[in-house]
Design a protein around this ligand. Structure first.
Ligand code: SAH
Length: 217
């Protein structure tokens, strides 16, 4: 069994990572503190331990990646999380982003479509630090109708278009952050639900995510 240790060296590297994300324009101190509190190297294969605090994405198996910390901070900042809000995340991956949301005291529901990644996260010890985090195996395009509506929805894979069912599962006044576009580049959008039929849309920067695919595997 793997032993998880958070050394002074890793804590120091993490502080530098937080500083670099701040310099890139992230201003929400709660988000920065959450990144500072979570040992990102726990979420990676031991082969990446030495470089876990570089501000870049890394492979986590099954052709998927853990997002770049700047991107995690960027999406989380746009969500404007308040304690006890119900948040749905699409694309659990390593569960790093889900733990950042849980660290902000949100009530987190996260869905992964790849069984092997889901099973890996299920037995990941660190996650038990967050009783407010629940993981589901399923297709994010379907959302989680039995737990809807949500205050916030976060999509961490590239969506070709805004999934209709996710809009339905958002509370009135709720917000969804989602990268929308083609394979190579996506535009970060923040959608606010005005009422059951009207939505406001704000445009942010360009990013590149792995694709949001339909169905389970
Ligand atoms: N949030 C993750 C990053 C994940 S990368 C982290 O912090 O590590 C995107 C993830 O979305 C991948 O694991 C991919 O398998 C998953 N994914 C893609 N399409 C999906 C869908 N329709 N439903 C659920 N998960 C999906």
């Amino acid at each position: 069994m793997r032993r998880y240790e958070d050394t002074y060296k890793q804590k120091g590297l993490r502080r530098q990572l937080v500083d670099s994300i701040r310099q890139k324009g992230i201003t929400d101190e709660n988000v920065l503190a959450a990144i500072g509190n979570i040992p990102r190297h726990f979420f990676l294969d031991t082969a990446f331990e030495g470089i876990a605090y570089e501000d870049r994405a890394f492979p986590i198996g099954e052709g998927q990646t853990i997002s770049q910390p700047y991107t995690v901070a960027y999406q989380t900042q746009l969500l404007e999380i308040k304690p006890y809000e119900k948040v749905l995340e699409i694309g659990t991956g390593s569960a790093y982003q889900a733990c950042v949301l849980a660290e902000l005291k949100a009530n987190v529901f996260t869905i992964e479509r790849q069984k092997r990644l889901f099973d890996h996260v299920k037995q990941f010890q660190f996650k038990s630090k967050y009783p407010n985090l629940r993981c589901f195996y399923g297709d994010g395009y379907e959302g989680l109708p039995s737990y809807a509506p949500f205050d916030k929805i976060l999509v961490t894979a590239a969506a070709p278009a805004i999934p209709e069912k996710l809009l339905q599962q958002l509370k009135v006044g709720g917000k969804m952050v989602i990268p929308v576009g083609g394979q190579d580049v996506q535009r970060m959008l923040r959608i606010t639900k005005i009422n059951d039929t009207d939505f406001d849309q704000e445009l942010f920067d360009n990013f590149t995510f792995v694709p949001m695919l339909s169905g389970k595997r």
